[in-house]
Design a protein around this ligand. Structure first.
Ligand code: DOR
Length: 443
């Protein structure tokens, strides 16, 4: 099947150009092909922008085990609608994905149920270093240096040293210091005020853990990706990356701050916690200066009923995958960043950090994972329109300008203005870790 996307403003690695893109056999076959190219289907994309599909490197899709909150079918529809064509999912499902056999089960579920492409991290425990060493078909190893949703936790120094010393897959971590969080939680034991969540999971907790993980990475010369950076002080640590360290920021830390607790309460309770407006500002600054390379969601769905419990009973986590690209395109409109930066942070950079083959760019030979966006489209985020199984968004009622309108996964159109084609599942992403990650492949 050949599809010709004509006249789009195409975000290429070299800049934005008005060209046509030919999709054939799931690949980008040509860019700016001669106008007489014959294709079974022609898409007139005049006035629209064509972007590489988003690669979201941190999501929680809850299958298996927690499918009352989310599942692969619903979450991957949310991806398709949101312009996300590849997701990398975290291991805190039930059971935790801590062995190759459990990873393989998740890969089989993905192949059966996901509308978009997928990958699954292997979770570290204090004693599964052999599993971590032998794991294949995975973006890398996830360590919870501080506990969050679920019971995955590795915070003993000896176990961490072993993981960094004895494994070769890239490592990523949830960086909040467990001892600091526990001591703070003791102080606020009686509190039912959600604003105290940011005092329990405070700046120190994040900084101590991020510093500790970076130290491990440097000493063991091990690639390391800092998930969901939430404080300005962490962004200073990221300056010294030694070609080993990359980092990620999430829309909820970029766009919400502690003043929003008054309006949104436990809906924006997340781990790491939301911080101050000044911290958010410094995250934006770090993105602009390439101290943070990736924007991803940490899509962490819980039901509204669960979230509406009082603090501290409400679980932590914010669903965002369906709106992350629109949220960032809206920031382009507000002059916060450029479209090319958004494409770097959400598509190209994550594909490079995780060594994903043929994704993240519009280039001949790359997979035809694409999203067409209408930068002039203005629309409200509405709970009742969310595809995610949890059925709500903390951005409910917000009007955003710039929305995905059509999405292709390996040349197959999975989403078109409210309609899904679920006839062809996505595929496992391919990870070629010999590439050496972001710093080794930046041009
Ligand atoms: O807020 C969070 N929720 N942070 C995490 O790290 C985990 C996530 C979840 O799985 O609910």
């Amino acid at each position: 099947m050949k599809t010709l996307i004509k006249n789009a403003q195409v975000v290429l690695p070299t800049g934005i150009e008005s060209v046509s893109v030919l999709l054939e056999d799931g690949k980008i076959a040509a860019i700016d092909p001669a106008s007489q190219t014959a294709a079974e289907e022609t898409v007139d994309a005049t006035n629209l922008y064509l972007l590489p599909g988003v690669v979201d490197d941190q999501v929680h899709f809850r299958e298996p085990g927690l499918t009352h909150k989310e599942d692969l079918a619903a979450a991957s529809r949310a991806c398709a609608k949101g312009g996300v064509t590849t997701f990398l999912e975290m291991p805190n499902t039930v059971p935790n994905a801590t062995t190759q056999a459990l990873l393989d089960q998740k890969l089989a579920l993905g192949a059966e149920k996901s509308l978009v492409n997928f990958g699954f991290y292997i979770g570290a425990t204090p004693d599964n270093v052999d599993d971590l060493r032998q794991a294949t078909n995975t973006p890398g190893i996830k360590i919870f240096l501080g506990s969050s949703t679920g019971d995955l936790l590795v915070d003993e120094q000896e176990a961490l040293e072993r993981i960094f010393a004895e494994t070769t897959l890239p490592i990523t971590a949830h960086c909040e210091d467990e001892a600091t969080v526990r001591a703070n939680a003791e102080k606020y034991r009686e509190s039912t005020n959600v604003a105290d969540h940011s005092r329990v999971r405070d700046h120190r907790a994040a900084i101590i853990a991020t510093r500790r993980a970076i130290d491990l990475a440097f000493r063991h010369q091990h690639r390391f990706h800092v998930l969901h950076v939430s404080t300005g002080a962490e962004t200073e640590l990221l300056e010294d990356h030694r070609n080993l360290i990359t980092a990620e920021a999430c829309p909820h830390h970029l766009l919400f701050n502690i003043d929003d607790y008054a309006r949104l309460g436990t809906l924006i309770q997340a781990n790491p916690s939301i911080k101050t407006a000044d911290d958010s500002e410094q995250l934006w600054q770090a993105l602009a200066e390439n101290r943070i390379q990736v924007v991803a969601t940490d899509h962490a769905p819980h039901t509204l009923e669960e979230k509406q419990q009082d603090y501290p009973k409400a679980p932590s986590g914010v669903p965002a995958i369906e709106n992350s690209l629109a949220l960032m395109l809206n920031q382009v409109h507000q002059g916060r960043c450029t479209l090319e930066q958004v494409v770097h942070w959400m598509c190209d950079a994550p594909a490079r950090v995780w060594d994903i083959v043929d994704k993240g760019r519009i280039e001949v030979g790359y997979d035809a994972d694409l999203v067409l966006v209408d930068l002039e489209k203005t629309q409200q985020v509405r709970n009742e329109e969310q595809q995610t199984k949890c059925g709500w968004s903390p951005w409910h009622g917000e009007e955003l300008m710039g929305w995905p309108v059509r999405t292709w996964v390996r040349g197959h159109e999975v989403y078109r203005e409210g309609q899904f084609d679920t006839s062809r599942p996505g595929q496992a992403a391919v990870f070629d870790h010999a590439r050496g990650g972001y710093w080794a492949t930046m041009d």
